[in-house]
Ligand binder design. Structure first.
Ligand SMILES: C[S@@+](CC[C@H](N)C(=O)[O-])C[C@H]1O[C@@H](n2cnc3c(N)ncnc32)[C@H](O)[C@@H]1O
Length: 207
């Protein structure tokens, strides 16, 4: 939990309490329905919570912003972002129903009113979104084809609406396949821990 406060020192008491609850909630739910590796439960705040929050170093979601988390699994990056941006609306979807059950239970336990968890495929998600966020689901090119028509052309953030994908490793081939303008943010520019050395955010503006 200290690692979250290290990089996000202005959290409200409510946000601190919500982030603080995550360890126990994920330990409990992960024991029943596997949503993250057992080993990773011990590194929850670095590898899942802070990793998800890195998106906030690229853009601060505004009041009423609509965000779609594609393939949220147990709620990453959607749940940490929903705690961080309580005025924005988050639609978390996954094609596996039992994972959405975990997300719903965690959102209920945290009393997160800005989270809608839905069991559906990304292609079927119904909405008009400012941004699509995602981690560890698919290559950028298929993701782009799934969601491009769901991105609003009404831009209210300092950057153009689009996709923000948490990625790792060498992305040359994947980005060549996309055939669209994109920008890479290196997470080592935001966080000093070794875990983030190879991690990136791929931003694909859709205007
Ligand atoms: C490796 S998990 C990652 C989960 C989470 N994003 C994380 O980083 O912890 C990939 C997830 O994507 C979901 N998924 C794959 N294709 C999908 C699709 N077309 N629509 C919705 N969910 C999908 C899978 O069910 C799975 O839960």
């Amino acid at each position: 939990m200290q690692i979250v406060e290290k990089y996000f020192p202005k959290l409200s008491p409510q946000q601190k309490a919500q982030f603080g609850q995550l360890q126990e909630l994920y330990a409990f739910w992960n024991a029943q329905i596997n949503v993250i590796s057992r080993q990773d439960v011990e590194n929850l705040y670095e590898r899942h919570v802070l990793h998800s929050m890195s998106i906030a170093k690229v853009v601060k979601f505004r009041e009423f912003a609509n965000i779609l988390d594609v393939g949220t699994g147990g709620g990453f990056p959607g749940i940490p972002l929903a705690i961080l941006f309580p005025e924005s609306e988050f639609h978390l979807v996954d094609s596996i129903g039992k994972k959405i059950k975990v997300v719903q239970e965690i959102a209920n336990a945290l009393d997160l009113k800005n989270v809608r968890a839905e069991h559906c495929r990304a292609e079927q998600a119904d909405g008009d979104y400012d941004f699509v966020v995602t981690r560890a689901v698919t290559r950028i090119a298929p993701l782009y084809s799934w969601v491009r028509s769901k991105i609003s052309r009404n831009h209210v953030h300092p950057i153009t609406n689009g996709i923000l994908a948490l990625k790792g490793g060498d992305l040359d081939e994947e980005l060549a396949e996309l055939k669209r303008k994109s920008r890479i943010f290196e997470l080592q520019d935001f966080f000093e821990e070794e875990f983030f050395e190879t991690k990136k955010i791929v931003y694909v503006p859709i205007g």
